[in-house]
Design a protein around this ligand. Structure first.
Ligand SMILES: [Zn+2]
Length: 555
């Protein structure tokens, strides 16, 4: 049987196999790209057909350049697998595979990744990558003698590139105009863009290997209006949310009761807050960095100490509890607990834990605190696509809720129901943090700041999940909920006028505010502080002192 199969092996010259693979990649692995091309070039049939010819030239140049004995089959098969995987995520979730998306994929954990590897994904990979790969293995490739092969390859590559260039030049006006109008167009070209992103990520990552962390705010110290008097410790808990979007927060006007518990608390809700990035790997380090979105880069954040370090320099006790996928190096120099590694049956299964695990040790920790302290609770929040695993049964209020990670099997309404249940549960977690601080009013002055890292698309314009390049990311991915609660005694101790703070809550805010606001709240004075980004600065009586400090610092 095997012998018979082997004698039946078709044979093909290596350059033809390469061209055929190029055509397959371009026309079968680019559903999203061609859907966008036909929409964006509507009515311009010549430019559209020319695009197909030109890109076939470019793809063929790429594959024929690899057409050499021993390497041609492995390279073509590698391209098939990476293109098929990319196509799946682009076509079913509207995801763009840029450098930051690659960073997310690299920095994720197995439990998170497992939710994306569904049976449907497996079937897609078998049909579009494995079967064509078997065909490539089966085919007998005919190679010319080495020098002739070099000559032929060079000729074919030159001809392909010439076709590509002439198409590009002939239609340059149309393509340049359309690309400017639709920046999301070419990033969907598969596998050119994903492979380019992976190379760019690898180059960046290797450049970041030997980064030395520069100190920041070494001059920080707590100088407050009540100096000299006995006061209670100030304890701020920062709850870093995950994938919660502002649009689904009742506090911001959403039509559903997703914030019943926070609605009963005396909180300030900042209703127009923008995230720094559209994915955890960007937003998290950015929120805690001194740079702000305009000046942030992954390398700069790694090379400089962050908010947690500055607080530590000021003599404030700092700690980080993580129920997400890690602190992305923000808590490298402070005590941290990686709760997501727990196997506590009450909260955890299959390598993931409900956010209640963040509350489990909180009472003991708060009872032991006898100094100014900042504790970060990093939630699992609304991490998708398995929203239904993010809340316990008691918070399954909006039904029917989508109970699979295969979105195609769920209606949009049931996906939103599951998402809203997870927001409802987050509402409970945040309110519980406030309640536990309130319960210790005699012992400490408490504050709670909640900010989500980025939002989420739930099918609007065919987009799901998050991670869209910021410049064309929809508001659903970049507008995040931001909640502040302070105990009345805390307000008194720093001269904070809560009505004034509430009055500023409609104004635009962003992740840029977190760094300076926490320093302001904790009365930590340092050259690294900028009162203009401190949401409390304009509403505290200590403002003049703080302004003077920061001006001295910057001058
Ligand atoms: Zn995130």
């Amino acid at each position: 049987m095997l012998k018979k199969l082997l004698t039946l092996r078709p044979s093909l010259r290596s350059e033809w196999l390469s061209v055929a693979t190029a055509a397959y990649l371009l026309f079968f692995m680019n559903t999203t790209f061609w859907r966008k091309s036909t929409a964006y070039l509507a009515g311009q049939d010549f430019a559209l057909s020319a695009l197909a010819v030109g890109l076939l030239g470019a793809f063929a140049a790429m594959t024929v350049a690899c057409s050499a004995k021993y390497i041609v089959k492995p390279i073509l098969i590698l391209m098939l697998f990476s293109a098929s995987a990319s196509a799946w995520f682009m076509d079913s979730f509207g995801i763009t595979i840029d450098r930051e998306m690659i960073r997310n994929a690299v920095e994720t954990n197995t439990a998170e990744a497992a939710h994306l590897i569904t049976p449907a994904f497996g079937m897609h990979m078998v049909a579009y990558a494995l079967l064509p790969s078997i065909l490539i293995v089966w085919i007998k490739v005919l190679h010319r003698p080495i020098l002739r092969k070099l000559g032929v390859n060079l000729l074919v590559v030159t001809a392909c590139l010439a076709a590509f260039s002439s198409v590009a030049i002939l239609n340059s006006g149309t393509y340049i105009f359309t690309t400017r109008e639709h920046r999301d167009w070419f990033p969907t070209l598969n596998p050119i863009f994903p492979i380019g992103s992976a190379v760019s990520f690898a180059l960046k990552a290797s450049g970041e290997q030997n980064i030395v962390v520069a100190p920041l705010g070494a001059d920080a110290k707590v100088e407050d209006p009540l100096s000299g008097q006995n006061r209670k410790p100030r304890v701020t808990i920062i709850v870093v949310g995950e994938t919660a979007r502002a649009e689904n927060f009742q506090l911001g006007g959403y039509g559903r009761e997703t914030n019943p518990e926070l609605s009963r608390q005396d909180i300030v809700y900042f209703s127009d807050t923008s995230s720094c990035g559209t994915a955890t790997a960007v937003s998290l380090p950015c929120m805690f960095s001194v740079y702000g979105r305009a000046h942030y880069s992954h390398a700069k954040a790694l090379a400089t100490e962050n908010l947690m370090d500055v607080l530590t320099h000021a003599g404030i006790k700092t700690e980080w509890w993580d129920n997400n996928t890690g602190d992305k190096k923000v808590a490298d120099r402070i005590p941290k607990k990686e709760l997501f590694r727990s196997d506590d049956r009450r909260y955890c299964q299959n390598g993931e834990c409900l956010d209640d695990i963040l509350l489990a040790g909180l009472d003991d920790w708060l009872d032991a605190v006898d100094t100014d302290a900042v504790l970060v609770l990093h939630q699992l929040g609304n991490h998708g696509p398995a929203y239904y695993l993010r809340y316990p049964e008691a918070y399954r209020k909006f039904t029917p809720d989508c109970r699979t990670v295969d979105f195609e099997a769920c209606s949009k309404d049931t996906i939103v129901n599951a998402y809203d249940n997870a927001i409802l549960y987050t509402d409970h977690i945040i309110a519980q943090v406030i309640e536990r601080l309130k319960a210790r009013e005699q012992a400490l002055d408490g504050a709670m700041i909640y900010m989500s890292d980025h939002g989420e698309s739930l099918g609007e314009n065919g987009l799901y999940l998050h991670g869209a390049p910021y410049m064309f990311a929809p508001d659903q991915q970049t507008k995040v909920p931001f909640v502040v609660w302070t105990a009345p005694a805390f307000d008194q101790s720093i001269g904070l006028d809560k009505a004034c703070l509430a009055g500023s809550a409609q104004a635009p805010h962003s992740h840029d505010n977190l760094f300076h606001s926490v320093l302001g709240l904790m009365q930590a004075k340092t050259k690294a502080y900028n009162s203009e980004l401190d949401i409390f600065a304009g509403c505290t009586s200590g403002l003049s002192v703080m302004k003077k400090q920061s001006q001295l610092g910057r001058g």
